[in-house]
Write a protein that binds this ligand. Structure first.
Ligand SMILES: NC(=O)c1ccc[n+]([C@@H]2O[C@H](COP(=O)([O-])OP(=O)(O)OC[C@H]3O[C@@H](n4cnc5c(N)ncnc54)[C@H](OP(=O)(O)O)[C@@H]3O)[C@@H](O)[C@H]2O)c1
Length: 261
């Protein structure tokens, strides 16, 4: 029997403020919901998903939480600065950033153009770098904070047609480790969460063989939920992770332990 564990209590993040990038998307919404359930005020960042992020903010506010939406293109450093400033203007502080925004197109190396390669690296790597730098500029003057990048198991395992994506996720895992080294003295912890396959509406119909392979091989026998990733991010942002930095937390239902031969 597969047991879907639902935590009965999250770490207490009341009085803290978290920025979640890409909160209009699948995993980002799950992360935002868990930060909000833990008591944090959440800044729901979006690029194009204005209606989805507004609906999520309304849902959280209706449940008694504090939430607002802010638009930014994370590939533009000035917009990243404005995003963090919006959090400070609204709530007076910034404690946690989750760099969830990312793109994941498929293209075999044989056909991949330099433009396609650059587009993935620009969003996934440069955007993560720029958002982190903007958040750290705020956090370092207020006693510290937590930054978590959403990487991927593909940051350490290759996947066909995903060379640009795999390389980008490997890059942000190493960015986080280096940032942990440089920002530790300011009380800022930087980690990554590497998800396995996360379920979303329509996935099983769109990619039946991939989902089937996953279900057949994952020790815990299911795909992840966006809230599984949210729980890991809440943990890393909480005092329970006070001595954890430069770490890559793999959240994959055990797939990494599954034999590949
Ligand atoms: N799904 C999985 O199984 C899986 C597994 C491992 C890792 N991940 C990673 O988890 C993260 C979320 O993935 P997801 O599956 O939830 O995908 P998603 O729904 O497409 O969410 C990605 C978000 O990134 C935002 N974004 C894209 N380009 C941006 C830019 N230039 N500036 C700011 N925001 C930008 C988008 O915002 P708008 O919608 O507002 O445009 C979108 O909401 C990604 O980093 C992905 O690589 C996913």
């Amino acid at each position: 029997m597969t047991r879907l564990a639902t935590p009965t209590a999250l770490p207490d993040l009341r009085g803290t403020v978290a920025v979640i990038t890409g909160a209009g998307g699948g995993i980002g919404a799950g992360i935002a919901r868990q930060f909000s359930a833990a008591g944090a005020a959440v800044v729901l960042h979006y690029l194009t998903s204005k209606d989805q992020s507004a609906a999520l903010a309304a849902e959280l506010v209706a449940a008694g939480a504090e939430a607002l939406t802010v638009r930014a293109d994370i590939t533009d450093p000035e917009q990243c600065v404005a995003l963090m400033q919006a959090a400070v203007d609204a709530y007076g502080r910034l404690d946690a950033l989750v760099n969830n925004s990312g793109v994941q197109p498929n293209e075999p190396l044989e056909d991949m153009t330099v433009e396609q390669w650059r587009a993935v690296v620009d969003t996934n790597v440069t955007g993560t770098f720029a958002a982190t730098q903007a958040a750290v500029a705020v956090m370092r003057h207020s006693g510290g904070g937590s930054v978590t990048h959403i990487a991927s198991i593909e940051g350490s395992h290759p996947a066909r047609a995903h060379a640009h994506y795999c390389a980008s996720k490997a890059a942000i895992i190493m960015h986080a480790r280096t940032a942990a080294l440089e920002y530790g003295a300011w009380g800022i912890r930087v980690n990554t969460v590497s998800p396995g396959l996360i379920d979303r509406e329509g996935l099983a119909a769109a990619w039946p063989d991939g989902v089937q392979r996953w279900l057949a091989n994952a020790p815990l026998g299911r795909m992840g939920a966006s809230t599984d990733i949210g729980n890991a991010c809440v943990f890393l942002a909480s005092p329970m992770a006070a001595w954890i930095t430069g770490h890559d937390l793999v959240v994959d239902g055990g797939m990494g332990a599954s034999p590949t031969w």
